[in-house]
Write a protein that binds this ligand. Structure first.
Ligand code: ZN
Ligand code: ZN
Length: 330
């Protein structure tokens, strides 16, 4: 199936550039034709001026206007997907509802708390994982780059199994926690299509990021444990084409899933071998796994390391201890 075939199904893709090289390329905004005219917008893109200009260009290229958008669906709360929702509402000018899973809505709806309010508990948690003070400070500064400045007034809740009808497609909401707690995909079973967002990307593994609870609770969400379970839900789907959150549409989703599972399996074997020399903090393990990572990547590498340790802990392959406020695995 080509992009021209997709256009026949009323699906139009607008790639929007983003400044995060690890994301896997420009973020995709999809316009899906509605039965009564106009569009459903699947993800809004990043809220920077450059990204907004790219989105406006995309609309122009398709010969469409912002006031033709009837509803926005947000796949998950990351800034590159939800960051421009407010901008689109403003360009639209009228009532434009935003729908998203409640577990992520706090990241982009006005009712949610901000990253700055949460930052102290994240910093304390990183210290507990063995990250030195300069790494904690750097990751605090990096976090500021991911702030969504214009939040939407409210997000209407989506739930697993909800059905969304557009002009040509019947889409079912598939809650696939992992990359974030509230990530959703849209599945068009009759057309064997999946809008996968960042749950399934062809060339990069979605970063499992540390996610503390609403009140800073540890262990509230284990991203990779959840992610691997969500992958199995997608593996069984019969699909011809995956429309991802970044990069071009691709097929053979099972091969992509097999590669990802093997990739994490190898990483966990490596961690097990490191721990045979004795217990270590997650940060000490992260330094071994990612010796070339720069200070700006502190949060990514510690998140990835902890996420793998949680999977291993879940299987009984490692044990956690906490001594004097520092977490070690052995
Ligand atoms: Zn994301
Ligand atoms: Zn993304």
């Amino acid at each position: 199936m080509t992009e021209a075939d997709l256009a026949d199904l009323g699906v139009h893709r607008i790639p929007v550039p983003i400044p995060f090289p690890q994301a896997g390329g420009p973020v995709n905004v999809y316009l899906v034709e509605e039965a009564g005219g106009g569009f459903l917008m699947w993800d809004a893109g990043l809220g920077t001026h450059e990204a907004q200009a790219a989105l406006e260009d995309g609309f122009r290229r398709l010969g469409r206007r912002f006031d033709e958008v009837r509803r926005i669906y947000v796949s998950h709360g990351h800034v590159d997907h939800a960051g421009a929702a407010r901008f689109v509402q403003q360009r639209h000018g009228g009532e434009l509802p935003v729908h998203g899973h409640p577990a992520d809505a706090a990241k982009y709806a006005a009712s949610g708390s901000t990253w700055r309010e949460h930052e102290p508990v994240y910093s304390a948690f990183l210290a507990k994982l063995g990250v030195p003070p300069e790494g904690v400070e750097r990751s605090r500064k990096e976090g500021d780059r991911y702030i969504i400045s214009g939040r939407v007034a409210e997000a209407r809740p989506l739930a697993d199994g909800d059905v969304v009808r557009t002009r040509h497609l019947e889409l079912r909401v598939l809650h696939a926690p992992g990359h974030t707690p509230g990530l959703v995909c849209l599945h068009a079973a009759a057309h064997r299509l999946l809008f996968s967002a960042d749950h399934l990307l062809e060339k990069v593994s979605p970063n499992p990021l540390i996610e503390l609870g609403p009140n800073g609770e540890e262990g509230w969400f284990r991203p990779l444990v959840a992610y691997l379970a969500s992958l199995e839900r997608v593996r069984v789907l019969e699909l011809d084409l995956v429309l991802p959150g970044h990069g071009s549409p691709f097929s053979d989703h099972r091969a992509v899933i097999d590669r990802l599972v093997a990739f994490y399996g190898k990483r966990q074997e490596r961690i097990r071998a490191l721990l045979d020399a004795g217990p270590r903090t997650p940060w000490e393990i992260a330094r071994e796994l990612f010796p070339k990572a720069g200070p700006a990547e502190t949060f990514l590498v510690i998140s990835e390391t902890l996420a793998n340790l949680e999977v291993m802990e879940d299987r009984g392959a490692v044990r956690r201890s906490v001594v004097d406020g520092t977490i070690r695995f052995g």
